[in-house]
Design a protein around this ligand. Sequence first.
Ligand code: FES
Length: 70
Amino acid sequence: MDATDESSTTAVCIRLRRNGPLVLTGPVNLVREDGSLLREADSMALCRCGASREAPFCDGSHRVTVFRDD
Ligand code: FES
């Protein structure tokens, strides 16, 4: 499958984790703007707090920065 192929029929679940990342359960392909594949995985956590040193992935820094999503 091409990294930019968005025709997959497999459901992807996206969960907002309270005070934490977006957790995607798939399979999931994360694709860069140019269409190249950044990561292919069964699940991944994406940063919402802006503090991750591994952006766009969550590295747990939201716990240190005490991110709140209220
Ligand atoms: S949400 Fe976890 S590091 Fe940002």
